[in-house]
Design a protein around this ligand. Structure first.
Ligand SMILES: NC(=O)c1ccc[n+]([C@@H]2O[C@H](COP(=O)([O-])OP(=O)(O)OC[C@H]3O[C@@H](n4cnc5c(N)ncnc54)[C@H](OP(=O)(O)O)[C@@H]3O)[C@@H](O)[C@H]2O)c1
Length: 303
């Protein structure tokens, strides 16, 4: 029998890249998702059943490695950080009950149980749970991801293509170290093959200040937008107003605070190989031509 891995959200952003690499290696892929499988997909799609431990464990039966990408970007309606932590705990318990051999858990760079930012606090709590469990684990901590469907870089480019003025919140001197989603997928698949405990940041080979990142995107796509610095409350107010027009949440207060605290930078040697500057050059005609809406992806029609 060939190996079966389960990737949560295999039709989403990171999950799709992990699933593709597994399929390319001849590994069967099962997924838990709220989406319908695309036509001709070879991935077995099962619904999330976090409230039904027996059904959840059954979904994980025969699974070699569970690659967990499940999380919520912000509290919205029923999808809260609290619910995501509780659901992920159910998933870990089900993996243990089903005898899953390895869990590769996608976390975030610089999580902290003492953080006042619930995203970072929740991720740290889940890491602790996994480390304290009897499961064999690898925890991967990406900084911020780029690639097709990578929201942050794409939507900055989208704004730069359309606006004559682009607002940089605060000094713009805080840094980011973006990693390509396929580097994460490669490292996730590798981590699934190993046995020992692993906790690794996933960061790219280039670090930029936020202002330099925006300038790089602007210059690469040929935008003429002028950059202006605005205080955080004005930046948030502007993002909220644009969110109303776009029927989306562009950025949250917590995300801006995290960014300004340099949480999207790693202190480890970069494991990512793909340079954002190269990728942007290769995709200068397409990046940001379409807006990617978090609310459309997860709260309106699923695609
Ligand atoms: N994207 C980044 O820049 C970045 C940076 C650092 C860490 N990460 C981590 O990487 C992992 C994957 O992120 P991603 O950007 O690839 O996310 P994604 O594809 O949008 O979503 C990943 C998974 O979470 C589920 N999900 C997301 N939002 C949801 C909601 N509101 N309600 C219910 N389910 C929801 C998706 O379910 P469906 O299958 O139903 O869509 C999917 O299973 C997450 O753990 C995230 O914290 C991402």
């Amino acid at each position: 029998m060939s190996r079966v891995d389960l990737v949560t959200g295999a039709f989403g952003f990171t999950g799709r890249h992990i699933a593709k690499r597994l399929l390319d290696r001849g590994i069967q892929v099962r997924t838990l998702t709220g989406r319908a499988a695309p036509p001709n997909s070879t991935i077995e799609a099962l619904p999330y059943s976090f409230d039904d431990p027996v059904r959840l464990a059954k979904s994980l039966e025969g699974v070699h490695t569970l690659h967990n990408t499940y999380w919520v970007r912000f509290d919205h309606r029923h999808a809260t950080y609290k619910a995501a932590v509780s659901n992920t705990r159910s998933l870990f318990r089900a993996a243990q009950a089903a005898g899953v051999r390895r869990v590769v858990h996608v976390s975030i760079a610089n999580p902290s149980e003492n953080s006042d930012l619930p995203y970072y606090e929740g991720k740290a709590q889940l890491e602790r749970d996994l480390i304290d469990s009897d499961l064999s684990y690898a925890i991967l901590r990406p900084t911020v991801l780029f690639g097709d469907r990578g929201i942050l870089i794409n939507n900055i480019a989208w704004l730069l293509r359309r606006l004559s003025v682009f607002a940089i919140v605060g000094s713009g001197a805080y840094s980011l170290q973006p990693a390509h989603v396929d580097d994460l997928a490669r490292l996730a698949v590798e981590a699934g093959d190993h046995d020992g405990p692993q906790v690794s940041d996933i960061a790219g080979p280039e670090t930029y200040t936020y202002e330099d990142l925006v300038l790089l995107i602007r210059d690469t796509i040929g935008s003429r937008a002028r950059l202006v610095h605005v205080p955080t409350p004005i930046g948030l107010w502007t993002a909220r107003a644009m969110g109303l027009l776009l029927r989306d949440i562009l950025v949250t207060r917590e995300e801006l605070i995290g960014l300004q605290r340099n949480t999207l930078v790693s202190q480890e040697q970069p494991r990512g190989q793909i340079h954002l500057s190269d990728w942007l050059r290769e995709h200068s005609d397409s990046v940001g031509t379409e807006y990617i809406s978090e609310l459309a992806l997860h709260y309106r029609a699923k695609v």
